[in-house]
Design a protein around this ligand. Sequence first.
Ligand SMILES: [Fe+2]
Ligand SMILES: [Fe+2]
Length: 322
Amino acid sequence: MTAYTLAHFSDPHLGPLPAAGWRELANKRLSGFFSWTRNRVNIHRPEVLKLLVADLKRQAPDHIAITGDLVNISLPAEFLAAAHWLEGVGTPANVTIIPGNHDAYIEMPWAQSLACWAPYMTGERNEGNETAVPQSHADFPFVRRLGDIALIGTSTAVPMPPFVAAGRLGHAQLDRLRQQLQALRRQGLFRVVLIHHPPFGGGAYKRKSLLDAKEFQAVLEDAGAEMILHGHTHVSGLGRIQTSKGPIPVIGVPSASAVAAGHKDASRYHLYRISRNGDGWLLEIDIRGLNATQDGFEAQGSMAMSIPLLVSKEVSAAGAAA
Ligand SMILES: [Fe+2]
Ligand SMILES: [Fe+2]
């Protein structure tokens, strides 16, 4: 059987920031505005993002998943600009997005914010349901079926106080996620959970982490999943959630627009080639990243895992990201 190829990138943090009046900035946005103009504007480069999208299109994946932080301080003009940019990435039929904390930087009317990207977040809400557009945080996750693959798009994007970049799923999403994962398991699909924040406890980084990571992990213990994809950290990451039936791979990518800066990685994206393998699955991952001269993308490693019925076993790894 031919493999299905899912591409994954995250955190484009689209610039430049549109002009904003003092009234729009008289809130948490002010600190974000200064953070952008002093620092982030030099890290998140539109030309890097352009190179990534061009390289990704040459790879011709079957579908593209983007795990949040499309914008920076949630200005209405940023949501419209991002909707325009998304049209250049692909159609809602072949691109799926979820929001990140920068896409809910402050409390915003839905119509002026995430509704702008609704076609890319449309999917089934409950088993057997018609497709529906999320109208609020509690309406996530949505499910998109792509042949043998199911994407489950969550939202951890809730407004937080200044200098807090944490996220939360909340009970409504956790309950629905459990039901969705159980239903998709009965159908034997390869379940990919999209979540902006890495689903691990915060420790010293509580102000940046998923506040209900423990509850999320309890859902996975009950219902399982084949793979979890995230962004938010702006570094490459390969982790695992241990369940009694085996570990679930948890994979993160750096910011799609970033040049290397401090302890953060330069831009990368992943291609996941998913195929049936006996009773289970073969997951092959190609890593492509910004080259040293910052004028193109190159192969930066690959790995493969077999995932038999929730028991993942790494079979090879070469040049894998940290
Ligand atoms: Fe981000
Ligand atoms: Fe984030």
